[in-house]
Design a protein around this ligand. Sequence first.
Ligand code: SAH
Ligand code: SF4
Length: 362
Amino acid sequence: MEPERIFKKAESGRPLNREELKTLLTLEKEDDVSRLLEEAYRVKLAAVGKKVYFRGIIEFSNICEKNCLYCGIRRDNGSVERYELPEEAVLAAAEFASSRNYGSVVIQAGERSDEGFVSTVEKLLKKIKKASSGKLGITLSLGEQSEEAYRRWFEAGAHRYLLRIETSSRELYKRLHPKDHSFDGRRKCLELLKSCGYQVGTGVMIRLPFQTYDDLAGDLLFFREADVAMIGMGPYLPSGNTPFGKLTEKDFPISEDPCSLAIKMIAVARVFLRDVNIASTTALQALNPKGREMGLKAGANIIMPNITETRFRPSYQLYDNKPSVDENAVECVKRLEEAIAAVGEEIGYGEWGDSPHFGKKK
Ligand code: SAH
Ligand code: SF4
């Protein structure tokens, strides 16, 4: 089907099928890609508006029990200096976010499931809530946990949770993870999170080793089926000290440049899913200094500036050449604000910025 007919179909409220999604993802000609981005931007304005919401990201700890084959802070990477932020550093970052009038923060870390970790996070949540008089929204991105942990954290004040499925293809998932990691377990967590009352976000990595366009179309179908409020996707980027860091070009069935493909994926997600929140991620910026702004022009409406104290950042390298490692948060945000104004958008200061999709479900 022609792109224009696919856009019309999406506009009429009928869900796109795998072939149609693939058609959009594989558009190559410059004119066709521009038209896709233009349509995605139009849908964004109509469905979620022109406001960009900031979520300040706090990289709480790089200690991880897991061993994802692609990730720079995986358990078996012995060259990483491990840390957990002291409480004061987390509270200071949250205070920074409040003082800059950000609607919310994201607390992200490697995965740990011991009681010590669960209760540390619980206490932090309560303190952040109290310090901001309940105003600051809190998103967690702490991996797979028990239902009890998810509940305790929700009751302590977290209201959103990001857990990427990484890929919706069960076969590909197996190739990206060691045997003790489970696709079904991860998917189950998304359900648990929803039943606890969280606004749930998921996402995938784009242009992974062994990944095809068909897998990516499947990912978009998965997002719709999982009925999530937010999507966070970014290009896969190699990390030297991992098993995947040793792969070569021949292990990548998709030859397209990862930045352009990630931008297209955002655009197709916007055209297909309409009213969800979509993040323009740091990994995009790692490939192109203007990557995050390009994401906004392709339909994304969320940006997650890093507000972790700079001295800890070099140790939180999920992939090589992660940006903003040595600039402090104030400078980082100033540049972002200018860039957002330059693309004609405004920042939704002081608002949680829940997706209209979540509002409708409620
Ligand atoms: N441990 C938690 C949160 C931290 S990892 C979790 O795994 O959910 C956050 C995200 O970083 C992961 O979901 C993954 O999609 C992304 N990530 C990890 N390694 C990456 C790499 N090499 N390139 C791009 N993204 C990566
Ligand atoms: Fe740990 Fe998350 Fe990295 Fe997997 S992606 S190794 S769970 S930090």
